[in-house]
Design a protein around this ligand. Structure first.
Ligand code: ADP
Length: 285
C-alpha cells in the first residue's frame, strides 16, 4: 500500500503564457514505514531491558526480606542476578555497536585488512567457549588470500558474531568450520557487481539449522526463531543485525544457507583489496 501526499502549487499567476501549476507527489509510505520501525525498535529495547531488570529487582527484594538469613538461597540468587546483569550489559553493548555502525553507514571503511590473523584472533577468543560445549573450531584460510578493504574491528565483530552463533546453535560434539577464500561466485546482492574481486568468509555449523521461512528475516533487530532458546543461550537478538549493517557498510553481501536438523552456513563477501594482485573477473577453481 502506498500513501502519497499531493501538493499543487501555482507557478505563475496568469502571466502572458497562461497559468501553470506544479504538482508534487510525496511518497509518505516509506516515511511512515521508517517511523513505525523506530517505534517498534524503542518498544523492543524497553521490553528487552525490562525483563532482566524486573528479575533483578525481584531478587533484591527477596534478599532484603524473606531470604535475608538464607546463605544457600543468597548464593543461588546472586548467580541469577549476575546473569541478568550480564544480559543487560550485552544488550547495551550491542545497541551501542549498532548505533555506531549506523552513524557511519554511508562512509565505507578503507583500510587494508589481512583476514588470516584476524580470524585466528577471533577463533582464539571463542575457543574456550567452544570447548565448553565439546565443540572444535577449525580454521581453513587460503594462504594466498588477498587482503580486503575494510575496518579491522568491524570485520572481527562480524566473524565473532557468526562464530558465537555457530557455538550457541551448534550441536555439542560437532565441529565448526571457519573458512576464508577468494569468492568464485558472488551473490546477486553484491554491490560491486558479479565480476568484482571479493573474499568469502564462511562459518559452518552442525546444529539446529533454520527453517527456510525464517531466513529472510534473521537480520532484523530482535528477530529470533525461538526467543526463549536465544535468551537462555545469552543471545540479544541483535548479532545478525550488526553483521548485516557492517557488511553493507563494507559494500559486501551476506548469504545464509541452512538445512533444519543438519546445520547452517553463513557466508560474508567483502571486496578484496589491490585489484593489481587479484584481477577483477578472475575466478578461483
Ligand atoms: P541471537 O542473539 O538471538 O542469537 P542473532 O541476531 O545473532 O540473535 O540471530 C538471530 C536468530 O537467528 C537467533 O535467535 C537464531 O534463532 C537464529 N540463528 C542465528 N544463527 C544461527 C545458527 N548458526 N543456527 C541456527 N539458528 C541461528
Amino acid at each position: 500500500e502506498r500513501v502519497f501526499n499531493v501538493r499543487v502549487e501555482s507557478l505563475n499567476k496568469g502571466g502572458p503564457g497562461g497559468a501553470a501549476a506544479l504538482m508534487l507527489f510525496v511518497d509518505l509510505s516509506s516515511i511512515r514505514r521508517a517511523e513505525q520501525m523506530r517505534v517498534d525498535f524503542v518498544a523492543n529495547v524497553s521490553h528487552e531491558l525490562r525483563t532482566p531488570l524486573a528479575t533483578l529487582l525481584g531478587f533484591i527484594e527477596t534478599l532484603q526480606g524473606p531470604a535475608r538469613d538464607d546463605a544457600e538461597a543468597r548464593d543461588r540468587f546472586l548467580d541469577i542476578m549476575k546473569a541478568q546483569g550480564n544480559r543487560m550489559s550485552r544488550l547495551v553493548q550491542d545497541l551501542l555497536s549498532l548505533s555506531r555502525i549506523e552513524t557511519n553507514e554511508h562512509r565505507p571503511p578503507s583500510d587494508r585488512v589481512a583476514l588470516g590473523p584476524l580470524l585466528e584472533g577471533v577463533k582464539a577468543t571463542l575457543d574456550l567457549e567452544a570447548r565448553r560445549k565439546d565443540m572444535a573450531v577449525r580454521l581453513d584460510a587460503d594462504p594466498a588470500l588477498p587482503a580486503v578493504i575494510g575496518a579491522e574491528d568491524e570485520l572481527a565483530q562480524v566473524a565473532q558474531n557468526l562464530l558465537d552463533n555457530a557455538i550457541k546453535y551448534g550441536r555439542p560434539g560437532t565441529e565448526i568450520t571457519v573458512s576464508a577464500r577468494p569468492a568464485d561466485r558472488l551473490p546477486a546482492s553484491f554491490p560491486g557487481g558479479p565480476g568484482a574481486a571479493a573474499v568469502a568468509i564462511s562459518v559452518r555449523d552442525r546444529g539446529d539449522g533454520i527453517p527456510a521461512e525464517h531466513i529472510p528475516r534473521l537480520t532484523e533487530r530482535f528477530y529470533r526463531v525461538d526467543t526463549a532458546r536465544s535468551r537462555e543461550l545469552g543471545g540479544t537478538g541483535l548479532g545478525l543485525a550488526i553483521v548485516k549493517h557492517i557488511v553493507s557498510r563494507h559494500r559486501g553481501a551476506l548469504a545464509i544457507q541452512s538445512t533444519p536438523g543438519e546445520g547452517s552456513v553463513f557466508t560474508v563477501y567483502i571486496p578484496a583489496a589491490g585489484a593489481e594482485s587479484w584481477p577483477s573477473g578472475a575466478t578461483a577453481a
